[in-house]
Design a binder for this molecule. Structure first.
Ligand code: DX5
Ligand code: ZN
Length: 215
């Protein structure tokens, strides 16, 4: 399978969102990565459903929604109603992860789980077969533009072993500090969805950067 590129809208120009959405529509990108932060689970607030709805109005590619919020269960319905095709919740924010994953799937969405840099991959073992996408956070969630954490490569390798043992292959996403320098190694270690925010939107030619990450 060829890998997917999901530009993170958090790094887009919020005063010209439509322009950046159209750039992504016309590019080789596969998904829109939508970061929702609540100021409680993470120490930052990004944007909420009205903005997501506006993005969805112009986006011609699936919305990959990353919920960095406490109590994500409360917002799954609203997320699906506003156009999410993938809904990713944090392992660290879910008391009843099995139930949450099934609630996401009942909405007809792909069910994702994100794990923070300090969370070992084996903690997903007992719900592994319920998961459509695992997002390995390669920065501490909350902000764009942070440096990539090198331990991510090891976590990807550990995840590969679990996939083999469980005979189940979820999508494997890496989020945070992904750029044209490290993407190749991430793919070699088994990632197949790359989120890229500042490396795309801060580059002189975002369309070209997306193309480079796709090749
Ligand atoms: C971090 C977010 C990321 C972020 C990635 O909390 O989940 O999706 O937007 O941005 P970069 O690629 O700039 O690290
Ligand atoms: Zn994200």
């Amino acid at each position: 399978m060829t890998h997917k590129i999901a530009p993170s809208i958090l790094a887009a120009d919020f005063a010209n969102l439509q322009k950046d959405i159209e750039m992504v529509n016309a590019s080789e990108a596969d998904w829109f990565h939508i970061d929702i932060m609540d100021g409680a689970f993470v120490p930052n607030i990004s944007f909420g459903f009205p903005v997501m709805k506006a993005i969805n109005k112009h986006a011609t590619k699936p919305l990959d929604v990353h919920l960095m919020i406490s109590n994500p269960d409360q917002y799954i319905q609203q997320c699906a109603d506003n156009g999410a095709e993938v809904i990713t919740v944090h392992y660290e924010a879910c008391t009843h992860l099995h139930r949450t994953l099934n609630a996401i799937k009942e909405m007809g969405c792909l069910a994702g789980v994100a794990i923070n840099p300090h969370t070992p991959v084996h903690l997903l073992n007992d719900v592994f077969k319920e998961i459509d996408l695992i997002c390995i956070m390669s920065v501490n969630p909350g902000f764009g533009g942070q440096s990539f954490i090198e331990n991510t490569y090891m976590k990807l390798q550990q995840l590969n072993s679990i996939c083999q043992i469980k005979n189940h292959q979820p999508l494997i996403e890496v989020d945070g500090g992904v750029n044209t320098e490290n993407y190749q190694k991430l793919l070699e270690c088994g990632a197949n969805v790359l989120v890229a925010g500042s490396s795309v939107f801060s580059s002189s030619n975002p369309t070209e950067t997306i193309l480079s990450l796709k090749q």
